[in-house]
Design a protein around this ligand. Structure first.
Ligand SMILES: NC(=O)C1=CN([C@@H]2O[C@H](COP(=O)(O)OP(=O)(O)OC[C@H]3O[C@@H](n4cnc5c(N)ncnc54)[C@H](OP(=O)(O)O)[C@@H]3O)[C@@H](O)[C@H]2O)C=CC1
Ligand SMILES: O=C(O)[C@@H]1CCC=N1
Length: 265
């Protein structure tokens, strides 16, 4: 997509800004951003403080709603002059299509999307599902916008969104936690903070890059490191024990998916 029709972005915090940066990097720029704080971005954009400052004659083809879930309910009714003729893309955690239709109206085109922060680099992963009002043109526009900042998975069933959120929406936090813990353990085992940080960060970065460029399964890449009866195998045997990472990750994903479900409305 070399150009985009008028787009309205509501809320430019961690997720909204990551998407905006991803679009700007691709040469796409939303027409209006509603955000109540000054933001520095490397490209020209029109920012207004409030929904009430959006010109009435502005006709966005898509509205991206990226406030915190609890902040959205107040804003949505005020979006009525623009939302009826646009595809409304919500990235609100948990809030389901039923809830969104209750707020926007069931005659409004709505896509429930769950991106993640690597979108900032065009390396995002977004799961998405639309309501029946979304027409093919609006689905194409949504797909193009989301694909500009990474991969897109259109879900067949909305039920999958909670686990998709737990794996990919929240997922970057687990990877950063891994980097954090590798550094911490390195320090505990006597490495300087500087060395432990370098080793941990560059290992996560390099492994992710290798995974992204390789056609091999992640399991095979893992096995390529672990020489039989060698050094890595000892550590992998500890981690792969059912009671270690498999159980911990399964519990963590379930906890996040349960929370997503709780936040449906
Ligand atoms: N962070 C992430 O990795 C991901 C987040 N999400 C979802 O994205 C949404 C945003 O999350 P996140 O970016 O982390 O949260 P943030 O709090 O960082 O961003 C939300 C922003 O919206 C602004 N905002 C809220 N109400 C208004 C308003 N009426 N007018 C103008 N600006 C407003 C907030 O301003 P103020 O600070 O003044 O309240 C804030 O800056 C959430 O619904 C979350 O579930 C989805 C995927 C991943
Ligand atoms: O933690 C949250 O609620 C949001 C949704 C997924 C990532 N951040």
């Amino acid at each position: 997509m070399s150009n985009i029709p008028p787009i309205l972005l509501i809320g430019c915090g961690h997720m909204g800004k990551a998407m905006l940066k991803g679009w700007i990097q691709k040469g796409l720029s939303p027409s209006f951003i509603v955000h109540r704080h000054e933001i520095e971005l490397p490209a020209p954009h029109k920012r207004v403080n409030s929904v009430h400052d959006i010109p009435q004659d502005f006709k966005p083809a898509a509205i991206i709603l990226a406030t915190k879930p609890h902040q959205a309910q107040e804003i949505i009714p005020d979006l009525a002059p623009w939302s009826k003729n646009a595809v409304n893309i919500s990235v609100l955690g948990g809030r389901n299509l039923t809830w969104l239709e209750q707020q926007f109206g069931s005659d409004t085109a709505i896509v429930r999307a769950m991106p993640n922060t690597p979108s900032e680099l065009g390396l995002g992963m977004t799961s998405a599902i639309g309501n029946p009002i979304v027409n093919s043109h609006q689905k194409e526009l949504t797909d193009a916008l989301l694909r500009a900042i990474g991969e897109v998975a259109w879900l067949q069933s909305e039920q999958d969104m909670d686990v998709a959120t737990a794996i990919a929406g929240s997922g970057p936090a687990y990877i950063f936690l891994l980097a954090e813990l590798l550094q911490k353990v390195g320090e505990e085992k006597g490495l300087s903070k500087e060395l432990a940080k370098l080793l941990a960060r560059q290992t996560v970065v390099g492994s992710a890059a290798l995974l992204s460029r390789s056609k091999e399964e992640s399991e095979d890449l893992r096995k390529a490191v672990a020489t039989p009866n060698g050094i890595t195998e000892r550590a992998v045997n500890v981690l792969i024990d059912r009671k270690a990472w498999p159980d911990a990750l399964s519990k963590a994903i379930q906890a996040a998916a349960d929370r997503s479900k709780e936040m449906a409305s």
